[in-house]
Design a protein around this ligand. Structure first.
Ligand SMILES: Nc1ncnc2c1ncn2[C@@H]1O[C@H](COP(=O)(O)OP(=O)(O)O)[C@@H](O)[C@H]1O
Ligand SMILES: [Mg+2]
Length: 325
């Protein structure tokens, strides 16, 4: 048997999704194949210089990080400089995907369907910010979704039904980000679709997300508190709607230049899917959406982790079906 590979498991970090990252990392630690991999944990908040020192002896960084400084290209840049291979997308794709304004420009350019929006920058809007926000709301129609450009896990996001509630929603976004996206509200069922692979991309089985009663949308607590959302996999969709969503998830992954893995969120309006966003390092607990899709495809959590690592380390791209249990 070949020698064990040395994996640096990066978890923690300083984004708003630190707790989510610790949960992802903890479960990866518990489930990774110990016969094949040696694992050491590093928290980017305190261990970067250690990681730099150890990099020559490490085979790969497994990034169990989400949001700022994890999913946004910065840690990817660090790994590039350290000469340390890492799972998932590179610097540019990560940086583009985390910014909802940039990502939507890329999707539009590629002819992919997205909701209409207007972006308000707190620097340029100056004193006329409130007026500009009201004009945006008039143009997009109520309700509007107000979201920060560079967060995840629904942090800072709200649905605004009347102009009176706009300024509180904008204050919330501006406490996190320099710019806010006001987006047309899409009424419809919500889906998410994972894509894995490098040259051979595979769309995994789609999940429908149904937030529990009392949640207006897939908010933070619906995402992470047990029982606060129902996640149906494979989703109950017509063959053509499922094919559309799978095709668009692969197209979004490719348009952004993603690598290894991604998960794209959708809302289906009257049979037409619209892309909300692409996550380049989605949640990775055993019960998270992407591992759940992989499980429906036929992969245990352990073999899914091995596949993501082998995608980077094997000289020839491994076949996903080889990892089925
Ligand atoms: N335009 C929209 N119309 C309806 N619901 C939306 C819209 N945008 C976001 N949402 C809801 O908010 C959630 C989070 O939005 P998303 O854009 O995916 O940002 P995040 O990066 O925080 O996950 C979605 O899963 C969905 O439930
Ligand atoms: Mg999302």
């Amino acid at each position: 048997m070949s020698a064990k590979r040395h994996i640096a498991l990066l978890m923690g970090g300083k984004s708003k999704e630190r707790e989510v990252s610790l949960a992802s990392g903890g479960e990866i630690m518990a489930h990774i194949d110990r016969d094949r991999f040696n694992v050491a944990v590093y928290d980017p908040v305190k261990d970067l210089s250690l990681l730099l020192d150890h990099a020559p002896r490490l085979d790969l960084a497994f990034l169990a990080l989400h949001g700022a400084y994890g999913e946004d290209g910065t840690i990817q840049g660090f790994c590039e400089l350290a000469g340390l291979p890492y799972i998932g997308s590179g610097v540019l794709a990560s940086a583009m995907a985390i910014d909802k304004n940039v990502a939507k420009k890329i999707y539009r350019e590629a002819g992919l369907p997205v909701a209409r929006d207007l972006v308000l920058d707190k620097r340029t809007a100056g004193g006329g910010l409130a007026d500009e926000a009201r004009r945006a709301m008039d143009m997009l129609g109520a309700p509007v979704v107000v979201k920060p450009l560079r967060q995840g896990s629904s942090v800072g996001l709200s649905i605004v039904r009347d102009e009176g509630a706009l300024s509180a929603a904008l204050d919330e976004v501006f406490s996190l980000d320099g710019a806010a996206m006001l987006e047309e509200y899409l009424p419809g069922r919500e889906f998410t679709c994972g894509v894995v692979g490098n040259l051979k991309t595979t769309a995994l089985p789609i999940i429908e997300i149904i937030p529990a009663e009392g949640h207006q949308f897939f908010d933070y607590s619906a995402k992470y508190e047990p029982g606060q959302s129902e996640e149906i996999c494979p989703a109950d969709l017509t063959v053509s709607a499922a094919a559309d969503i799978s095709r668009l998830a692969v197209a979004a992954h490719l348009a952004l230049g993603c690598r290894g893995l991604s998960r794209t969120d959708f809302i289906l309006v009257d049979g037409r899917p619209f892309i909300l966003e692409t996550n380049t390092l989605p949640g990775m607990t055993s019960g998270s959406l992407l591992p759940k899709m992989a499980k429906t495809y036929g992969l245990s959590f352990t073999s899914f982790i091995s596949y993501l690592i082998d995608l980077v380390l094997e000289p020839v791209e491994p076949d996903l079906d080889f990892y089925k249990v």
